[in-house]
Write a protein that binds this ligand. Sequence first.
Ligand SMILES: [Zn+2]
Length: 386
Amino acid sequence: MSARDSASPAHLAALIYGDALARFDYGDDHPFKPIRARNTLELCVRYGLLDEPGIVQREPQPVEPAYIERFHDPAYLEVLRRASAGTYDVAMLARGIGTEDCPVLRGLWEFCLLSTGATRACVEAVLDGTARRAFNLVGGFHHAFRDHAEGFCYASDVGAAIEDLLERGLRVAYVDIDAHHGNGVQDAFYGDERVLKISLHESGATLYPFGGAETEVGEGRGYGFNVNVPLLERTDDEVYLEVFERLVPPLLAAFRPDIVVAELGADTHVSDPLTHLRLTSGAYYQVVQRLCALAPRLVGVGGGGYDVFRTARCWTLAWAAMAEREPRDEYAGLVGGMMFGSEIDGLFDRPMPTTGEAKERALAEARRIVEFHHRTVFPRLGATPP
Ligand SMILES: [Zn+2]
């Protein structure tokens, strides 16, 4: 079956939300806060983006272990299960577990099964005619490798979902707009021409995972199907949107995916405490709107975002884009009592352009990367520079 063959979906967008996922706690000192998902849900209610025509909400179910085993090495999963019991042994370190980034956490295994289940529910929703687009807020664990944990990521919900889609014979484009390079996904499908991988991220010169150079373009049959766009610190809306527009639409048009899996991390935001890009929520919204327009079917997953409230605002806008609804503040004018009342003033930031030499540098580097891809991967994919 091809997604293109399925009849018009019943809904525009499906939100997959489980409170157990949002309540999973990495610890007070850990920057990764799944609770952002609940904050997003509350903002979606406030902005009239749920209980509307064309929108459906679903509870995720955990996957059976076999679903995760499509992607992960069984020996690694055995270690993950032991870590989930809350006991630490030194062998875990070789698998990336028991570190500051990926601590031993009780209930980790169940969390992994459920977050992977939420992304699987997105896949099911867009393939069975429920919705054209689906969003799992607690997903996008793009730093998990087949055989080890990294960067707050233990089980790759995106990797398992891509394997699932490939088994169904579908062509998959994976577009990663998280500020961090999607290293786990790249590594897993580096030689695979059935998956077009595009990652826009802050350069590895200044940010974990310190890779993701533009010269990593894939290998073997997958040569040309891996497109990295490393951006300099202080890259702003204008630079980002230019690069996105000159690369992503022509690549997707040439590749003609059946489905786009999008990692929608909001840690590109100017206020993010871990990264150094300077996007506003408005540019983030525009990018997600473009992805929605370009994708025949879209599976969106949350990813990073360490300014909890601003991440919730960005994801609320991502959901509005998927559902094609204008966000309108149901509580505008009311004073006091609202959780976000003192935190935000609307969903959109004022423009925050970078100026001076930093802007010139960011723009020149971004244009160099674009030209590089126009010369190297575009011919391989038969894509035409705009
Ligand atoms: Zn990130």
